[in-house]
Design a protein around this ligand. Structure first.
Ligand code: N01
Length: 544
């Protein structure tokens, strides 16, 4: 369907039909689709290269950690799928960045991407029905539709640690790893604060090179074997040669990645004897990845007693792996399994058996301050040459709040001050003609993200085409539709154990952020709903 020319459309200068913020998986695909639609598009990204999260996250060990197989990629083009040979089941950051650059060249995307450009102060003007933005060099630009594809985990969180600015050694955040310089750990005393997914990937590699590694842990995590391996040739060939079938299986899978998660179990963990359960967990433990979560039992995330069975299984694994009982005890998680993101690892627990690795339990020995030369905890100073913060992100809403789009008296920061309000995780009442990809209250981080980006973007592009055909100049959700959506998100979350944890899914890693679950948990139902909304003429939206 090609777009019908809109009276406000301009192809001159910095006035576009659509501005897309972010040149990661979502932004690149949006550019491709919108251009196919005959629209003028400009993608802006603050980074100096394309790739989004895969541009910034270059810390040692960064790789896709969940999806085994050739599934963390675009699905829309059989040609691209056939031309790109993944070499590992969990590709590393350089491989993913190379892939995105390959796609950008193949689709000739670069001519409509402006890098090194921060977009600020987007504001909608009803007089011309356009979004007006300011670019990094103070140049204005405008568009009819603003698509925010700035990422769910792209606003790094640096905790307010007293004295942090006094540290004189090398200092890095995993989410802003240096682009050009190779960081060397050799002969250095390195400290890592945080033990989330980024730290769990980085710690084993840093430990191999550093003179001494000190890990500052606040919350022990559940981590499971990643079991990354060379991509099996038959799996790659089979998927490439039958890409339509592969894609269909991905679309039908609840998580968007069929093989990675295996067959979903239909049985309760409590229906088996303890011995039988351990056999089930043991076999899936060695398979690696997320299968132990999805293919073992169906109530691990809904029933506390079922959850405790896998939690105890993993705690036993930790005790068996970590040779020093005192260190093992510090590593035992005590929250409900899976309520903080489960972390696939490669040699994480084994790393604590190395003589050059020390684990500091911040619950028992909290940080007092960062000094010029190290980290001062209650028990004393830990001298460091390098300090790495692996303290995560203001997830889901951070990049959008920092962007803070506004229209009249409405702006996103104020609107979300007491909690997120969206319709479908795609749009916000009071901010017309704005769409989010992987917005809060969409399946986002609990679905295969490249595939989710494609599906949401397809919906947005088709919506814009339909509006243009009907001569509609503004679209925004009705407030009642937002309230109903928030209730659906919360009701789904309430059927699970997720809300019981302090996690970034809940916003509780950021001081002062409202505590609420921000992911729509039923991805298959979600995409059906999107279709129904479109078929019903964009039900729940107000069209002008
Ligand atoms: O961040 P996190 P991350 N003092 O928020 C600790 C994705 N990802 O960058 O748990 C001391 O998980 C904090 O402690 P606690 C993935 O979705 C994907 O590791 O809050 N510690 C925690 O240990 C992931 O979930 C890949 O008590 C402090 C850590 O810092 C998400 O990104 C790879 C602290 C933060 O962990 C975020 O992961 C990597 C303080 N003041 C990441 N403040 C893939 O492979 C925070 N912490 C796809």
């Amino acid at each position: 369907m090609s777009a019908i020319a809109n009276p406000t459309r301009s192809t001159d200068g910095a006035d576009f039909d659509v501005i897309v913020i972010g040149a990661g998986f979502a932004g690149l695909y949006a550019l491709h689709r919108l251009r196919q639609q005959g629209l003028t598009v400009r993608v802006y990204d603050a980074a100096d290269g394309i790739g989004g999260t895969w541009w910034w996250n270059r810390y040692p060990g960064a790789r896709v950690d969940f999806l085994g197989g050739p599934f963390y990629c675009y699905t829309f083009s059989e040609e691209i799928a056939r031309e790109w040979d993944w070499t590992e089941t969990q590709p590393d950051q350089p491989a993913i960045l190379s892939y995105l650059n390959f796609v950008a060249d193949k689709l000739d995307l670069r001519r409509d991407i402006q890098l090194g450009t921060q977009v600020t102060s987007p504001r909608f003007d009803r007089s011309d029905h356009r979004w007006h933005v300011t670019l990094g060099d103070a140049t204005p630009a405008s568009c009819r539709f603003l698509i925010c594809a700035a990422g769910t985990l792209s606003a790094p969180f640096e905790p307010d640690l007293p004295g942090l600015d006094q540290f004189t050694g090398e200092y890095f955040h995993t989410g802003r790893w240096p682009q050009d310089d190779e960081v060397s750990f050799a002969g250095k005393r390195v400290g890592v604060i945080g033990t989330g997914s980024s730290a769990v990937q980085a710690i084993p590699i840093i430990a191999e090179q550093a003179q001494q590694l000190t890990v500052f842990q606040r919350t022990p995590q559940f981590t499971i074997p990643a079991a990354n391996q060379p991509m099996p040739a038959e799996l790659l060939t089979e998927s490439q040669q039958n890409w339509t079938k592969t894609r269909c299986e991905m679309l039908e899978s609840p998580a968007g990645a069929p093989l990675a998660y295996g067959e979903r179990s239909q049985r309760s963990a409590l229906s088996d004897t303890a011995d039988r359960r351990n056999e089930v967990y043991e076999s899936l433990w060695h398979t690696g990845g997320a299968r132990i979560v999805f293919s073992s039992y169906n109530d691990l995330m809904t029933n506390v007693d079922a959850n405790q069975t896998i939690a105890e299984f993993i705690r036993t694994k930790i005790r068996e792996t970590v040779t020093d009982p005192a260190t093992a005890a510090k590593l035992l998680p005590d929250h409900l399994f899976g309520t903080k993101r489960v972390i696939p690892n490669t040699n994480y627990y084994e790393t604590f058996n190395r003589p050059n690795v020390t684990l500091v339990d911040l619950r028992a020995d909290p940080i007092h301050s960062i000094t010029a030369t190290g980290v001062q905890t209650a028990s004393g100073e830990h001298p460091l040459d390098m300090l790495i913060l692996a303290t995560g992100y203001d997830a889901m809403t951070g990049s959008l709040r920092r962007l803070n789009p506004s229209f009249g008296a409405t702006n996103l920061q104020d609107k979300w001050a007491d909690g997120v309000r969206t319709y479908l995780g795609l749009a916000v009442a009071g901010l017309p003609n704005l769409f989010m990809v992987h917005g809060p209250q969409s399946p986002s981080v609990l679905y295969n993200m490249p595939l989710g980006a494609e599906r949401q973007t397809d919906w947005i592009v088709e919506c814009i085409a339909a509006l243009d055909q009907r001569g509609v100049v503004e679209i925004e959700p009705a407030a009642a539709a937002e309230d109903e959506w928030a209730a659906r998100v919360s009701a789904l979350a309430g059927t699970t154990l997720y809300p019981q944890a302090e996690s970034w899914y809940m916003g509780s890693n950021i001081p002062g952020k409202p505590r609420e679950f921000m992911v729509y948990l039923d991805a298959l139902g979600y995409y059906q709903t999107l279709e129904q909304v479109a078929v019903a003429g964009y039900a729940g939206f107000v069209l002008t």
